[in-house]
Design a protein around this ligand. Structure first.
Ligand code: 2P0
Length: 327
């Protein structure tokens, strides 16, 4: 039988109400909190998956290089797909990101979303199969959000993850400017960092306890397109997550001096009347979310901050999709 092969693309996403923490250390990778994100149209992962009876083991090639560190979660994700399809063949996965990898730009989210869609298609699993959301989550807890476009809420119901698109990208066309302050991968992976935070931060219980209220308020502000309310909430939730990270033992300090300079500048710009707010993930990059009319000005200002290497600007994106022969 011929080898089975497909290619898909997915965009990274940035959470406005963050996911930080896991229920347990199991392979299912169940998040301890629900989260809410926007999908970023300006960056993209592209993943080709080929299953072949001749392959001895699964292989991931990331940006042209073997990525043995990914083996456990790669095979866990592919095993779930193989079991769904009733096919045992091993796979070769080739994934490329057109943006920095492993540096707090959600490359694992877009990478595993693209991989899940491509592998499912290669195995003949229908695109609407609801278990694909859970399979993407095994690869990366934030990957299910990248299966969808626009404003996305991820909810954990027992063992099952559910994602909902709250608004399509075109329904509230915000823009995001990413200030890249390093191209280097982070020292502590999100997966290790989350485990350390759960086990040692005294603020972790408060993080879990206050998340539902942040989610409800953010969802309400999105429904009414209330930018100032969403701005206040997203910055609060981001800083609360970083307070948990900072109080982890050993501490997780993901920021650089340029990160802090951007945060303080963005706060000042908003006080001055510009519609912009910040969010920061497990890395030193700053994402400035703004109304489209302000985006060019924000990008210019961020680029001028010492330590900002470059900026990436774009609107909100669509969900993951399969590429056909014409793409
Ligand atoms: C988020 N992050 O909600 C949060 C905010 C980072 C900070 O989801 O262990 O790569 O693979 O489930 O999805 C990054 O964590 O972690 C992340 P795993 P993932 O976007």
């Amino acid at each position: 039988m011929a080898r089975m092969r497909a290619t898909a693309v997915a965009h990274p996403n940035v959470a406005l109400i963050k996911y930080w923490g896991k229920r347990d250390d199991g392979e299912a990778n169940l998040p301890a909190v629900d989260s809410l994100s926007i999908t970023l149209g300006a960056m993209q992962s592209r993943s080709t998956v080929a299953f072949d009876p001749e392959f001895a083991d699964d292989e991931l090639w990331l940006n042209g290089r073997r990525a043995p560190g990914e083996q456990a979660r790669l095979t866990a994700c592919l095993d779930a797909l193989r079991s769904l399809a009733g096919i045992g063949w091993r796979a070769r996965v080739e994934s490329r990101n057109d943006f920095p990898t492993g540096a707090g730009l959600a490359s694992s989210a877009s990478g595993y979303a693209a991989l899940t869609v491509a592998a499912a298609a290669a195995l003949g699993i229908p695109a609407g199969e609801p278990r694909l959301v859970d399979i993407a989550r095994i690869g990366s807890g934030s990957a299910p959000r990248s299966l969808y476009g626009g404003f996305v809420r991820l909810e954990q119901h027992g063992e099952q993850t559910r994602c909902r698109s709250l608004l399509a990208a075109a329904d509230w066309p915000l823009e995001v400017v990413v200030a890249v302050t390093t191209e280097a991968p982070k020292a502590t992976s999100s997966r290790d960092g989350m485990r350390l935070s759960r086990d040692s931060s005294p603020y972790y219980p408060a993080w879990l306890q206050t998340q539902p209220a942040d989610l409800a308020a953010a969802e309400a502000s999105i429904a009414t397109r209330d930018f100032p309310a969403l701005a206040e909430l997203a910055e609060h939730n981001c800083l609360k997550m970083h307070a948990v990270m900072l109080t982890t033992r050993p501490p997780l300090l993901y920021w650089s001096p340029a990160t802090l300079a951007c945060l303080q500048a963005i706060q000042q710009w908003r006080r001055d009347g510009l519609p912009v707010f910040f969010t920061v993930d497990a890395g030193p990059q700053v994402k400035a979310v703004c109304e489209p009319a302000a985006a060019a000005e924000i990008e210019q200002r961020l680029a001028a901050i010492p330590g900002v290497l470059r900026t990436i600007r774009g609107g909100l994106g669509e969900g993951a999709r399969l590429l056909t022969g014409d793409d």
